[in-house]
Design a binder for this molecule. Structure first.
Ligand SMILES: NC(=O)c1ccc[n+]([C@@H]2O[C@H](COP(=O)([O-])OP(=O)(O)OC[C@H]3O[C@@H](n4cnc5c(N)ncnc54)[C@H](OP(=O)(O)O)[C@@H]3O)[C@@H](O)[C@H]2O)c1
Length: 300
């Protein structure tokens, strides 16, 4: 077992399946003690069993990230079992409601924002006191390429708005945490073969719009989707989210990390030097797959 995260306490939301499950399994393999949070009990129980079978430590925390009382109880249980949370991965999200904005149910929009934006903000607030007291912590918010190019896919209006808000929150939080030993990062996982993608393909084409439906169907057919574990492993590499080998160092800078070539709108490469040059400017480094030359960050 890679000892780089030995004994660290991690909380991963949306850990029952897809990318979040891959992240949770990977963190456990690296020695972290992991709290797996999602609503579907049997999925997080199954992921926990997989971790236990591999000799790792994990606890299943059934909760809805949009319910503050449920997340309070879940975090308290994790703290009681393992100690204060040192790594938080806000991965849980929904892609609905889909289709033309004129047709979407406002209640569904509010529910999606509560899951994709308010949930991660609430969880950050719950774990920050412990991280700040310890002078070390890692928060990674899982976003999507659509935050960089909000107009890239019509029919995903709520999702685009939610990921844009999540990234703005993360960048502002990173600025707030500068110099504390706690970092906040964004991770855009690329196009990944999960139930979120299947959900879009399963919707009636005429209801969500042909271009959106055709795009996601074509992505599957063309073999463009990567596996959840491949995306999860990229996120955990030391040069990306600040997890891993260099754990002992207190990174003062947060990074906006992508597996694609889409920089964050707030810190395009052209702006980067200017941002870094100005004292007190937001220290966000954009690292794209192109800059990495297609190599895994671990190989650099
Ligand atoms: N797949 C892609 O191509 C892709 C691309 C870009 C970004 N992303 C992002 O990657 C992340 C993971 O996506 P995925 O594709 O792995 O999705 P997924 O397969 O649909 O899994 C989503 C996970 O989030 C959990 N979840 C959803 N709503 C929740 C809630 N209210 N409370 C607690 N947990 C909740 C789900 O469990 P329950 O339903 O049991 O709660 C599940 O474990 C998301 O942030 C997504 O936006 C995905």
């Amino acid at each position: 077992m890679n000892a780089s995260l030995d004994g660290r306490v991690a909380l991963v939301t949306g850990a029952g399946r897809g990318i979040g499950r891959g992240i949770a399994l990977g963190l456990a393999q690296s020695g972290a003690r992991v709290g797996l949070l999602a609503r579907t009990g049997h999925e997080i129980d199954d992921a926990c069993a997989e971790i236990h079978d591999a000799g790792g430590t994990a606890v299943a925390l059934a909760a809805d990230v949009s319910d503050p009382e449920q997340t309070r109880i879940a975090v308290q249980r994790l703290v009681d079992e393992f100690g204060h949370v040192e790594l938080l991965v806000n991965n849980a999200a929904v892609v609905w409601p889909l289709g033309p904005t004129r047709d979407v149910d406002p209640a569904a929009v509010a529910a999606a924002i509560a899951i994709n934006v308010i949930g991660p903000m609430t969880l950050a607030r719950r774990v920050l006191p412990g991280m700040l007291a310890a002078g070390w912590g890692r928060i990674v918010n899982v976003s999507a390429a659509i935050a960089a190019r909000p107009g890239m896919l019509a029919g995903l209006n709520t999702y685009a708005a939610s990921k844009g808000a999540l990234e703005a929150h993360t960048l502002n939080l990173a600025a707030e945490l500068e110099g504390t030993g706690v970092t906040a990062n964004v991770y855009r996982p690329g196009t990944v073969d999960t139930s979120m993608q299947a959900y879009i393909r399963d919707q009636p084409r005429e209801q969500i719009g042909a271009p959106l439906h055709d795009r996601f169907t074509a992505m599957l057919r063309s073999g463009a989707l990567i596996t959840p574990r491949a995306s999860a492993d990229r996120m955990r590499s030391p040069r990306r989210a600040g997890f891993g080998r260099d754990l002992g160092r207190q990174r003062r800078r947060s990074r906006a990390i992508t597996t694609d070539d889409q920089p964050l709108p707030t810190a395009r490469p052209a702006e980067r030097q200017r941002l870094h040059a100005r004292p007190g400017a937001l220290s966000v480094r954009v690292e794209t797959a192109r800059e990495l030359g297609g190599r895994d960050a671990l190989q650099r």
